[in-house]
Unconditional design. Structure first.
Length: 336
């Protein structure tokens, strides 16, 4: 699909009328008295065409522009997810996104997939029910640190313990962004928030270690700056079974950066560039994030474990024998 930008205002040029352009300025042989400014002319509205963006099929373009603040990292993470789907040639009819409440929770409304914007902290149990009833679906949970590890923390640890077959992408901006900048379970000690204006004194979750110690089959962490590595990690995790967890450190310039006077979103991205240390295979006990200190990134865990459904089928098959009828691959409910 292409769009002709006929609505653009007419561009003023000094070029001779016989200059032909195909979307870019083109030189003509000037006469000796002709000023250099007339050698090149800007393309007119009729000259400019934009092809469809590569990720347009994965986005509900009718809902653009999005609500995220300028320099927020969530859109970048969503783009990495869409790029991963494109690279994998994913079947979009069998790909589902479930989100909770918060800034990152809005992803469910922007992806052009079957998606569910659930209640606060309940994205993982909702996704669990979806996966158990329709095991052929590829279910991704896409939400924030507050939603998944604050009010939803209990569901997080038990889904990892059960090795539920879910891909969980958690965008961590160290703060509750949508509701005013309150302290989050990931806020580094010493950082200021709306509810701890003198600095946070609570210890923060080490999310990769939490996921790994509970039994996740895949654990990784990247920042919103690492777009290629994050895209690759999403592809890699999507190819595995079990509870797969990817933490993405992303900037919140409106609240976290402003309250802590650490600059703009661009400054935070520069901080990621300067402070991120890639240590694949690092001991997750050693990857805590402290305030404005280095951030250990990489793939930390990649192991094979039976999933919840596999364990259930195996157990009941042994106990009940022929009386047990496992859930068929296409699911337990009627659908076309």
């Amino acid at each position: 699909m292409s769009t002709n930008l006929n609505s653009l205002p007419e561009l003023v040029t000094n070029s001779p009328p016989d200059v032909e352009l195909n979307g870019s300025p083109e030189a003509v042989a000037p006469e000796e008295s002709e000023p250099r400014s007339s050698v090149l002319r800007q393309p007119t509205a009729e000259d400019i065409w934009f092809d469809e963006h590569p990720i347009a099929p994965f986005v509900r373009t009718e809902r653009m522009p999005h609500i995220w603040c300028p320099s927020c990292g969530i859109g970048t993470v969503m783009k990495c997810y869409a790029s991963a789907l494109e690279a994998m040639g994913a079947d979009l009819d069998k790909t589902v996104v479930v989100s909770g409440i918060g800034c990152t929770g809005r992803v469910a409304g922007y992806v052009n997939l079957d998606s569910f914007h659930t209640t606060h902290g309940r994205a993982i149990p909702f996704a669990t029910g979806l996966k158990l009833s329709r095991p052929e679906l590829k279910v991704t949970v896409f939400s924030g640190d507050g939603d998944l590890c604050g009010i939803g923390g209990n569901h997080f640890i038990h889904a990892a313990r059960r090795n539920m077959d879910l891909l969980v992408i958690l965008v961590n901006n160290f703060i509750y962004g949508m509701t005013g900048g309150q302290n989050a379970p990931t806020t580094p000690a010493g950082a200021k928030t709306a509810t701890m204006s003198f600095g946070n004194f609570e210890p923060a979750f080490n999310l990769p270690h939490l996921a790994a110690s509970c039994g996740a089959s895949y654990v990784a962490r990247w920042t919103a700056l690492h777009v290629r590595r994050l895209t690759k990690a999403i592809q890699e995790a999507s190819a595995k079974k079990g509870f797969r967890f990817i933490e993405v450190i992303a900037p919140c310039s409106t609240l976290y950066a402003r309250l802590n006077k650490i600059g703009t979103g661009l400054d935070l991205m520069q901080f990621y560039h300067d402070s991120a240390v890639v240590q694949n295979g690092a001991d997750t006990r050693e990857v805590d994030i402290t305030y404005q200190d280095h951030i250990v990134c990489g793939k930390f865990v990649d192991r094979e474990r039976p999933t919840f459904l596999e364990m259930m089928h195996d157990h009941y098959g042994k106990v009940l024998g022929d009386r047990y009828v496992p859930t068929p691959p296409e699911g337990s409910v009627y659908h076309d």
